[in-house]
Ligand binder design. Sequence first.
Ligand code: FES
Length: 328
Amino acid sequence: MSASPTKAKAGAEKISVVVSAKVPVNDLVTRFEFKRQDGGPFPTFSGGAHTVVEMNDAGRTRLNPYSLMSDPEDTETYAISVRRDDEGRGGSLFMHNFVNVGDQMNITYPVNLFNLDLRARKHLFLAGGIGITPFVAMSKQLDRIGGNWELHYGVRSAALGSYAEELSTKNPNKVHVYEDDKGEAIALEALLNGQPLGTHVYVCGPKGMIDWVRQTAKQAGWPDDNVHFEEFAAPQPGEPFEVRLCKSDRTITVGEHESLLEALEREGVDAPYLCRGGACGQCETDVIRHDGAFVHRDHWLEDEVKASGKKIMPCVSRFVGASLEIDR
Ligand code: FES
């Protein structure tokens, strides 16, 4: 996602794939590689694109977005890296525990909400943890066209620094790794102040890191258009709630551990999505009437729209109250 995202138009069309490799990267992260099931070529993509991986978890469909980290020009293999989240909703555990080489899966066509701005004179990448993955693809894209990039990568420890060693070895003058357990940290203000005019900064990592970079850049006078960030919010659990679907003419219940979008999908209701993380705007849905309060968790709706109670983003946002009716 960029600082000023445009509304995505594409649907979430699927590609049938076979898992061609499952490679442990470290104690938390595993890389999965996919080939097309029909043996044909994948479409090329641009660095920063993601795909949504469909998992059939004992009859429950899970749909999780992951950044593509393979070479954007490689039409034979797509690769993603999945960080195991023991406290999460189960998608990453399913990938780690139950997905194996030879399995057939569906993934969506790539969609890019975190594009490189190729007008930039220099691309400054700031990654935290598993937020490294889009930059692996972006750096490959820029290397191909002779683009100027530099990466500053914060990791918990050397052992958990996914791809840090290979990136540093290949690009010793461009890659700077900061190991948290050694007390190392990015000197962000100095780093931002030292950039040549025309630099764009890109950040992907934990929310705290994204907020820190955006605020520091703003205070240092960086234009919003030069600051890009990738932040997908994971749906959070909450009290179950009922929703009246006026187009479908029925009422459904959203469970504690599912999102409104997942409840719509479970009921076979047509509900568009691209990011499933409150970032792209694709799932924006009109609220017809409500009596209660929204728990907005997206990064898409403006604050005034959120306050108006006229829109909800079903991928991440919830409702608490007596009644809710939406235009689905
Ligand atoms: S699917 Fe992207 S904001 Fe909901």
